[in-house]
Design a protein. Structure first.
Length: 275
């Protein structure tokens, strides 16, 4: 990562000037553009005035010596959820940070990392959360989901699976909107439901789950066609909405041939995948 001409923009918030300079230097040496601020008001102003790819926030923004100062977590809750938020803490085992999340709301931040673990650990957290995100739409076929997820990870990308992300106290639709800000969507259509056509005699059809159809339509409106791929399991029997006809798709075959095809599509969409 070192030596990049242009890197993502990171908002760095720490009330300690020495810590602010230290982590600013670490991030800049790794090729990132850093917006360093020492107050929550300045951080809000920067977030409102320019795009930011990740926020790196100190746990204690009011009193560095207070064991009950979790103001960094409170601030992280106010940041746009589409921006990855990493909390920096002095707790070596991170228990104090996790305990600070009242009411079981773990949606305040994406990750917690201890300063005492060193710059390597902090940079790894930053790199992980800055990887291109791929949203996985899925039904009830857990094996298919796992196989796609593992391929996405092997390619150096970040798979977003809504059920694995902390929801907090929000509705299902709000939860989906929070995490759907990805640059690519893989829609896994598997025959999970059975429906009947309203004819006589009634004709049974295997269908994808309704959430899969809904989310596929959402991403069709949100992303260009080259950034959506439809994986279909058992395409000869699976009935999909007529609007899908003409959409490029890949058969989710049991022999794994879909992996090379999906990789090609991801590369064609200019996602930087691992060799």
């Amino acid at each position: 990562m070192a030596g990049r001409a242009k890197g993502p923009t990171i908002l760095l918030l720490d009330n300690d000037p020495l810590q602010l300079k230290t982590w600013k230097d670490v991030l800049r040496k790794d090729g990132y553009k850093v917006i360093d601020v020492g107050s929550q008001d300045d951080a809000r102003a920067e977030l409102a005035s320019q795009p930011v790819d990740l926020a790196l926030i100190d746990l204690r923004l009011l009193n560095d010596k207070s064991p009950v100062d979790f103001s960094g977590i409170d601030f992280a809750k106010t940041v746009d959820p589409s921006i990855p938020r990493v909390i920096l803490t002095d707790h070596p085992n991170l228990d104090g940070s996790r305990a600070a999340m009242s009411g079981g709301d773990k949606s305040a931040a994406n990750y917690y990392v201890s300063k005492k673990e060193g710059s390597g650990k902090v940079l790894k957290a930053v790199r992980d959360w800055l990887r291109p995100r791929v949203f996985l739409v899925h039904g009830h076929d857990g094996e298919a989901l796992l196989n796609v997820k593992e391929l996405i990870k092997d390619l150096g990308l970040w798979p977003i699976i809504m059920k694995d992300e902390p929801a907090g106290l929000v509705s299902l639709l709000q939860h989906f909107q929070r995490y759907s800000n990805a640059g690519f969507a893989v829609v896994i259509a598997t025959p999970d439901d059975v429906g009947y056509r309203d004819v006589k005699p009634p004709e049974k059809e295997l269908r994808a789950r309704q959430n899969v159809v809904f989310e596929f339509g959402f991403f069709c409106a949100k992303l260009p066609p080259e950034r959506i791929v439809l994986l279909i399991k058992d395409p000869k029997r699976l009935k999909l909405p007529s609007d899908v006809v003409g959409t490029a798709w890949i058969e989710l075959d049991p022999h794994g041939g879909w992996k090379s095809q999906l990789t090609k599509v991801l590369k064609k969409a200019d996602l930087k995948v691992s060799p």
